[in-house]
Design a protein. Structure first.
Length: 105
């Protein structure tokens, strides 16, 4: 099985995609990323918006219409959900083989 060329996702991109399972704007995304990572990943606005631009180009996220015209809201796409799932499975495999190898020590 060939791996998608966009895998592995960076930790930041992984958490951004995860945070967009529900539509959110930039500040909420930043809060969710910090929460999901237990404070280990903190995004600067420039980093976030650079990542958002790239994720839009890859069609992993899309703009989400709201009545609030002051904020841009985004949501993960089916393609984004698929790549998130694939990366989760990749990491699960790594964890499983590591556990098996360490159990033999």
């Amino acid at each position: 099985m060939n791996r998608d060329k966009n895998l592995p996702l960076t930790e930041t991109v992984y958490y951004i995609l995860l945070s967009l399972i529900e539509p959110a704007h930039g500040y909420v995304i930043m809060q969710k990323v910090e929460e999901f990572s237990d404070g280990q990943v903190r995004l600067a606005a420039g980093t976030l918006y650079g990542a958002i631009e790239n994720l839009l180009k890859l069609k992993y996220i899309q703009p989400f219409s709201t009545e609030d015209k002051r904020r841009k809201v985004y949501h993960i796409t089916p393609k984004g959900q698929e790549i998130l799932q694939m990366d989760m499975q990749r990491m699960e495999h790594m964890i499983n083989v590591t556990k098996q190898a360490l159990a033999k020590m």
